[in-house]
Design a protein around this ligand. Structure first.
Ligand SMILES: [Zn+2]
Length: 112
């Protein structure tokens, strides 16, 4: 029953071949497959249902933000790192290389 319903909605861009022809340019993976892949990746990520509405925009670090305690500090840095990851994703490899070359062993640390 379900498969017969699915067959009725053939993709208007690729006729369910998975390839969308771009006149004069060739072909590319159809937008229906990209959408399916996103949905599939989301399912495979196994994000618990209770977090499905969570985003970086509605996340608030726990802890005492007035004293900037250890918990708040740690979660704030994690939030900042996550926002940076999302914002700069294609450049992340370059940035990681820069960080690795900039970091050096913590020798010569001040003891007091
Ligand atoms: Zn399609």
């Amino acid at each position: 029953m379900i498969s017969s319903l699915r067959q009725e909605s053939v993709c208007e861009f690729c006729s369910d071949t998975g390839w969308e022809v771009i006149p004069g340019a060739g072909a590319r993976v159809c937008r229906c497959r990209v959408k399916d892949k996103r949905a599939s990746l989301l399912v495979r990520a196994e994000i618990p249902k209770r977090y499905e509405d969570c985003t970086l925009l509605n996340y608030n670090p726990q802890g005492d933000n007035l004293r900037f305690d250890e918990v708040f500090q740690s979660q704030s840095y994690a939030l900042n790192d996550a926002q940076t990851l999302v914002r700069e994703y294609p450049l992340l490899e370059i940035r990681a290389i820069e960080l690795n070359t900039a970091e050096s062993p913590a020798d010569g640390a001040d003891s007091g």
